[in-house]
Design a protein around this ligand. Structure first.
Ligand SMILES: *[C@@H]1O[C@H](CO)[C@@H](O)[C@H](O)[C@H]1NC(C)=O
Ligand SMILES: *[C@@H]1O[C@H](CO)[C@@H](O)[C@H](O)[C@H]1NC(C)=O
Ligand SMILES: *[C@@H]1O[C@H](CO)[C@@H](O)[C@H](O)[C@H]1NC(C)=O
Ligand SMILES: *[C@@H]1O[C@H](CO)[C@@H](O)[C@H](O)[C@H]1NC(C)=O
Length: 511
């Protein structure tokens, strides 16, 4: 559902930010009914017949389930035999630690180095590098947090402060639980606060910054950035877990070669969440003007009534250029757009998520100014159509970065390292807080039915990985950090200069 989904999602995010309570309820009723209908259908097909064990009846297609990392032979399915309302967690998933060869520090094979965006973990934590993180700094983040999470000896305890929007919290907790199934015995004891909302909330101070995890940050905030819920699925708008979805996008983007795609830029979405998106609508082709942009406002209500029929994101990889413009905060659509093997025209963002800071303009995308966008978009397309090899190379580099560096193996490794580095900074030994409950995959998954359950099942980590996470790259030293930022800046300036030159030439030619 390509742009569709992401944009609808942005609409919902918009509502989240603007009129959280009243609107979400009414608008979601329809979605809920739909999900329920799909859910009942799925239930009658698979889950009911199968009792509660999905192991034999709903096998993942090899394509969906196999990552490149070697997982153990042992499969630990979700064990719902204690009943679908049971909140009890099994004493131990893994009968014996003798399986855990990878957890042994004397493990002979060193892991390959992590992708570059992992370096930002150091940057996110740098404000506490000298002082460490005290209990007080964790507790100071409480007013902003949706929940508090404690990991002790591989068990997870959660205290919920407020319900997050939609199923964001459920899928985020699910993701963390899968991380523990993937790397049993390796995730250290820790305590953290997490906020699932769209925008950063903690303004960076000289010291005593509260420690809060969330999905995005910006330059003036201090946030520990963590992969968002959509990697495990977004049932409210039918976005599948990333592992399956990225495969579909990869297939979809290959249906036509870059040359065979439409030689225009494309955007489809909900314009109402960000005034800049309204500006973008004015760049659409009309009788008077052609900025080489094909821009569509998403009638997501219609799509919803159609039962997400046009929900194949991969079928929307049809243009040589695709525009990314953030929504209320960062937009999860970025990875869907960039995976398309179209050159991404990335409108200057304010927010970053856990991987976007690693993107390099002119290597992975083409930068677009966030004001006076129309001529910039036109110039980008004209440039690409006259420098086809270079434009195609940017398209390919962008999408392979997403498909490689953002595959689930690395999403888990990122989570691992973010938590591991964070835990090293904690200056106290966490304990189970009053009012916290133990959670596990069973306690979350077993009571849930329908599409949401399907996404949980599809993203279940069935066995542990018999190797260590990738090796964390060292922090940037100040000099190379500056070089990196400078490179980025220079690439953007280069595009601006090219465009300026082009415009001036245009003016001369017209006279
Ligand atoms: C599922 O859990 C129950 C209760 O803890 C246990 O008796 C049973 O052996 C488990 N089944 C599997 C397949 O692990
Ligand atoms: C869940 O449990 C309730 C009560 O035990 C039962 O009525 C219902 O059919 C169960 N649902 C599933 C999907 O097993
Ligand atoms: C790790 O290796 C040491 C020495 O080879 C061995 O004694 C120990 O049992 C191993 N631990 C695990 C968890 O495999
Ligand atoms: C943009 O132009 C196309 C072609 O005329 C049209 O189909 C589309 O609805 C327009 N988009 C908007 C947002 O008006």
């Amino acid at each position: 559902m390509g742009s569709f989904c992401s944009e609808e999602s942005d609409l919902i995010k918009g509502m989240d930010a603007m009129v959280r309570r009243p609107l979400t309820k009414t608008s979601l009723t329809a979605v809920f009914l739909l999900v329920l209908a799909i859910g009942l259908f799925l239930c009658s097909r698979d889950y009911m017949i199968a009792g509660n064990s999905r192991q034999n009846i709903n096998p993942k297609t090899p394509e969906n389930s196999r990552s490149t990392t070697k997982t153990s032979q042992l499969i630990f399915p979700l064990n719902c035999s204690l009943g679908n309302r049971s909140r009890t967690c099994p004493a131990n998933y893994y009968p014996s630690t003798k399986f855990l060869t990878g957890s042994n520090d004397s493990s002979p094979v060193p892991s390959p180095s992590c992708p570059d965006h992992f370096r930002w973990i150091h940057e996110d934590l740098s404000v506490w590098r000298e002082t460490g993180i005290t209990k007080e700094l964790v507790m100071n983040a409480r007013p902003m947090a949706d929940f508090r999470l404690v990991i002790l000896n591989g068990k997870v305890y959660v205290q919920t402060y407020r319900k997050a929007f939609q199923s964001r919290d459920t899928f985020t907790l699910w993701g963390i639980l899968q991380l523990l199934r993937r790397y049993p015995g390796k995730v250290p004891d820790l305590e953290l606060m997490f906020d699932c909302s769209d925008r950063p909330s903690i303004r960076k101070a000289v010291n005593n910054n509260p420690a809060l995890f969330r999905y995005c940050g910006d330059d003036s905030s201090v946030e520990i950035v963590f992969p968002d819920w959509s990697f495990w699925g977004w049932p409210e708008i039918n976005i599948k877990p990333w592992e399956a979805l990225s495969n579909e996008l990869e297939r979809g983007s290959k249906r036509k070669s870059w040359m065979e795609k439409e030689p225009y830029s494309h955007w489809k979405g909900n314009p109402y969440v960000n005034p800049k998106r309204n500006d973008l609508l004015r760049c659409n082709v009309s009788e008077k003007q052609d900025w080489n942009a094909r821009v569509y406002a998403q009638d997501w209500g219609h799509e919803e009534r159609q039962g997400f029929k046009h929900s194949d994101l991969g079928s929307q990889c049809t243009h040589r250029y695709k525009i990314y413009l953030e929504g209320v905060g960062w937009s999860v659509s970025e990875k869907y757009i960039m995976a398309c093997e179209s050159m991404t025209l990335l409108v200057k963002p304010r927010f970053y998520d856990f991987f976007s800071r690693g993107l390099m303009p002119l290597q992975h995308y083409w930068p677009i100014k966030d004001h006076d966008m129309c001529p910039s978009l036109k110039f980008a397309v004209d440039w690409g159509n006259t420098h086809q090899q270079q434009a195609e190379a940017i398209a390919k580099a962008g999408s392979s970065l997403i498909l490689q560096d953002l595959k689930m193996d690395y999403v888990y490794d990122y989570m691992f390292h973010a938590l591991n580095q964070y835990a090293k900074l904690l200056r106290y030994k966490p304990t189970v807080p009053d009012g916290a409950v133990e959670i596990c995959s069973e306690s979350i998954g077993c009571p849930i039915e329908g599409l949401m359950r399907k996404f949980l099942d599809d993203s279940l980590v069935e066995g542990f990985v018999d190797s260590n996470p990738c090796t964390m790259p060292p922090p940037y030293d100040p000099a190379s950090f500056q070089v990196f930022l400078q490179r980025k800046d220079e690439a953007i300036k280069k595009v601006e200069a090219l465009e300026k030159e082009h415009r001036e030439r245009d003016v001369v030619e017209k006279h």
